[in-house]
Design a protein around this ligand. Sequence first.
Ligand code: ADP
Ligand code: MG
Length: 221
Amino acid sequence: MIELENLNRTFQVGEQRIHALKKINLTINKGEYVSIMGPSGSGKSTLLNVIALLDQPSSGKYTLNKQVVTQLNDDQLAQVRRENIGFVFQFFHLIARYSAAENIEIPMILAGVPVKERKLRVAEALAAVNLQQRASHRPDQLSGGQIQRVAIARAMIMQPQILLADEPTGNLDSQSGVEIIELLENLNQQQVTLLMITHDEALGQRAQRRIRLIDGQIIQS
Ligand code: ADP
Ligand code: MG
């Protein structure tokens, strides 16, 4: 469902040209559980951002569900992303002044889902991450593990087939981290394709397939 061909991403910073992704070739099939590992600066986040359509490659071809997405404009990209991809970040990226329920609701507002259906689906989503009792809490009133569960509920509210996670446990204690991984793995067992960046070797080993990056190149896939 995800196919990257000869993909490059370079960044120009002043005089310096950084080759963050070098000739990446990668195919990921529906339902896979893949971990992405590698040293800091090896291109893991850049790769995930490109797959998430949050960033565009400098060259190469990206095909998502048989559609070439490399040439789409911003509106088209946003729509493809909304329909296909959920993303979970290390630093959560919830909106601080919104409650848990409101944060989860946002993607549905953007997608034009009617208010009645939104309320129903938010309640279901809160229950799915075991936070029924925290609907009105703002992020500063929640623990790190709870915040990440809200972020996962938000990422999944449009029922994407693909869930991308960039060090989702990087800011959590180990117990909360394991709970988050189990939640993600549970979604994968429901056929969601799961790609997760981690620097934790033990967590990475739980995936069915491990991709290793060094210096912008895939050395194992
Ligand atoms: P990782 O997630 O594996 O730590 P990144 O994908 O964040 O690595 O970064 C890969 C390389 O690209 C690094 O050298 C980083 O400094 C550079 N880089 C990433 N994003 C940008 C950007 N927006 N502008 C310039 N350089 C960037
Ligand atoms: Mg990173």
